[in-house]
Design a protein around this ligand. Structure first.
Ligand code: CA
Ligand code: CA
Ligand code: CA
Ligand code: CA
Length: 367
C-alpha cells in the first residue's frame, strides 16, 4: 500500500473506502504474519475504561476486530494480521468535570486514528500506542469562532454593534444553507431567538464556506463607528458584514439592502436577534430540526458556546454541547470580545477554548 502518512483523515477515509471497493477481489485473505496491538485510550489526561474499540484494516479482506478497554484504559488485540489499522471509538465516557474538581461528567467521545506498522513502531511483533479521543462535536467543522457582545466604550448603553464570527476549521467546503443561529435561554428545550440562513438545510449548495474562511454575522450591518452625531471610534464597521439578522416584524430593525439577511423563524416574535452582554448561549444548528416548540434536537447542533462574565454562573446548556463556559471577566461597554484561543480550536469546553481579547476581530483571528 502507498504511504499515506501525510494525508488528512477525511480524504484518507474516502481513499481507503475507494481502495477497499476497487481492490476487493485482489485483497488477500491469507496473512503473512501477525501482530499484537496494545492501545491506551485517553481523553485529555484521563485513561478511559470500559470503552468499546474497533480496529479495521483495508489491507486484507477480513472483518473488523472489537475490544473493550480494561480498568487501566488498555485494550489488546492479539495475533491480528500484520497491517495498517483504522482505530475507531464512539462511546460515552465518565470524566472529571471541567468546572468542578470533585464532580464527574458524562461526555460523548470519538476517535478515528490510523496505526501504520513501521520498523520503529514494532517491537517483538507488537505495537503499543495511545489513542486520544476528543469530545464529540469537537471535530473540525463549522465553528463559532468569536462572539462580540459587550459593546464599545460608550456612555449611551450602545451595543448594537454585536456580531458573531463563524469559521470553517475543516478541510472541506461547508454549505450552510438553511442553518440556524439560536440563542438559548435555558437548555436546548428553551431557545429564545431562532434565525435561519436562506437555502435548503442539509442539501442546499448555494452558500459555501471554504476551508479556513471567516463569515461575520452582524446584528445590524452598518458602520457603527460612523453614526451621525454619535461617534463611537472604538466600535466596528460592519457595513460589509457577510450577513445580518433581520426580523421583518420588528419595524425598527435596520436592513442593509446590500447585506443578505438571516430571518427570524419564531412565530410571533417581533425582536431582532440579540446577544446577552455578559451571559448567553449561542448555537449554530444544521437546520434539520425546525420544530423549535419542543426544543432544539441535540443531533442538529453543529457548534455551541456558553459564556458568562462571572465564575459563579450555573450552566445553561447541556454538557454534550459545551462542558464549560468562557468569558469570566467580560466587562460591559469595554470593547472586549470573546474569541477561541486559536482559530477554530474546539474541545467542546469553552472554559479553555475561549479567551477575552481587548478589541473585536471580525474576519481574522487575534494574535
Ligand atoms: Ca438586525
Ligand atoms: Ca439586509
Ligand atoms: Ca463545539
Ligand atoms: Ca475574530
Amino acid at each position: 500500500m502507498e504511504r499515506l502518512g501525510g494525508m488528512k483523515t477525511p480524504f484518507l477515509l474516502l481513499f481507503l473506502i475507494f481502495m477497499a471497493s476497487a481492490c476487493f477481489k485482489e485483497q488477500p485473505t491469507q496473512v503473512d504474519s501477525s501482530l499484537n496491538l496494545t492501545l491506551y485510550v485517553k481523553f485529555e489526561d484521563h485513561f478511559l475504561n470500559s470503552i468499546p474499540v474497533t480496529i479495521k484494516t483495508y489491507d486484507y479482506n477480513i472483518a473488523s476486530f472489537n475490544g473493550v478497554t480494561d480498568s487501566c484504559g488498555v485494550v489488546t488485540f492479539e495475533n491480528v494480521p500484520y497491517a495498517e489499522y483504522l482505530v475507531s471509538i464512539k462511546s460515552t465516557a465518565i470524566v472529571p468535570s471541567a468546572l468542578d474538581s470533585i464532580a464527574l461528567d458524562t461526555v460523548s467521545v470519538v476517535a478515528s486514528t490510523l496505526i501504520t506498522p513501521t520498523e520503529t513502531s514494532i517491537i517483538d511483533n507488537a505495537i503499543t500506542d495511545t489513542i486520544y479521543t476528543i469530545a464529540s462535536g469537537a471535530q473540525p467543522g463549522l465553528k463559532i469562532n468569536e462572539i462580540y457582545s459587550v459593546g464599545p466604550p460608550n456612555n449611551y448603553h450602545y451595543y448594537e454593534d454585536q456580531f458573531i464570527e463563524l469559521y470553517n476549521s475543516s478541510e472541506d467546503t461547508i454549505y450552510y444553507d438553511g442553518m440556524l443561529i439560536v440563542r438559548i435561554y435555558h437548555l436546548l428545550a428553551w431557545p429564545s431567538a431562532i434565525f435561519q440562513f436562506p437555502g435548503e438545510p442539509l442539501t442546499g449548495h448555494e452558500y459555501p464556506m471554504p476551508p479556513g474562511a471567516f463569515v461575520v454575522v452582524a446584528i445590524d450591518a452598518m458602520d457603527h463607528t460612523n453614526i451621525p452625531n454619535f461617534p463611537l471610534p472604538e466600535s466596528v464597521d460592519l457595513s460589509h458584514a457577510d450577513w445580518e439578522f433581520v426580523n421583518s416584524m420588528d419595524y425598527g430593525d435596520y436592513d442593509n439592502p446590500d447585506v443578505p439577511n438571516l430571518e427570524n423563524i419564531e412565530v410571533g416574535s417581533r425582536n431582532d436577534f440579540g446577544i446577552g452582554l455578559n451571559m448567553d448561549v449561542i448555537l449554530i444548528t444544521d437546520g434539520s430540526d425546525l420544530n423549535y416548540v419542543d426544543g432544539i434536537a441535540i443531533e442538529s447542533v453543529v457548534d455551541g458556546v456558553e459564556f458568562a462574565s462571572f465564575s459563579t454562573h450555573l450552566k445553561d446548556i447541556e454538557k454534550e454541547v459545551d462542558r464549560g463556559f468562557g468569558g469570566i471577566g467580560l466587562t460591559k461597554y469595554s470593547g472586549q470580545s470573546l474569541e477561541r484561543v486559536a482559530v477554530g480550536f474546539d474541545s467542546n469546553n469553552s472554559t479553555v477554548d475561549f479567551e477575552i481579547i481587548d478589541h473585536p476581530t471580525p474576519w481574522y483571528q487575534h494574535e
